[in-house]
Design a protein around this ligand. Structure first.
Ligand code: DQA
Length: 148
């Protein structure tokens, strides 16, 4: 089974970006932990980070036929982007929205997610563990779907 993991804008700065909010793990650290869990789950990961919305949309379209589902940290785009919602709906693959921080406990504008209504679920507030839980939950969801 192949699962796509997408990191939105500014997540390339993890480690030095507002460490009091996002912690000190770098994106490479996050990827390493995802890879270790993926190996244990026997899942193949295709991972992508971009600061460009269009590139993220292109990546989603590219993996449409090869990925069973998507774990996505939409970062700021989650709060604003109809195009990202449309891109996710357009590929008809189940996805889990993840956030390192808990947007619900931050500024009011972070409380709204454009993509959450279309997600299987959301995991937020647990740092790297949000990604790992999101991956586990999506994997289980896909396995259950297979057996339906
Ligand atoms: C974030 C939360 C968003 O509100 C913010 O714009 C980000 C990161 C997180 O992982 O906590 O860039 O998605």
């Amino acid at each position: 089974m192949r699962i796509a993991v997408v990191h939105g804008p500014n997540l390339n700065l993890l480690g030095t970006r507002e460490p009091e909010v996002y912690g000190t793990a770098t994106l490479r650290d996050v990827s390493r932990e995802i890879a270790a869990l993926a190996e244990a789950l026997e899942v193949e990961i295709v991972e992508f980070q971009s600061n460009s919305e269009g590139k993220i949309l292109d990546f989603l379209a590219e993996v449409r036929d090869t990925a069973a589902g998507v774990v996505i940290n939409p970062a700021g785009l989650g709060h604003t982007s109809v195009a990202l919602l449309d891109g996710l709906l357009g590929i008809s693959r189940p996805f889990v929205e993840v956030h390192l921080s808990n947007p619900a406990s931050r500024e009011a504008f972070r409380r709204h997610s454009m993509i959450a209504p279309a997600a299987v679920g959301t995991v937020a507030g647990f740092g790297v563990d949000s990604y790992l839980s999101g991956l586990r939950c999506l994997h289980n969801h896909l396995l259950r779907q297979r057996h339906e």
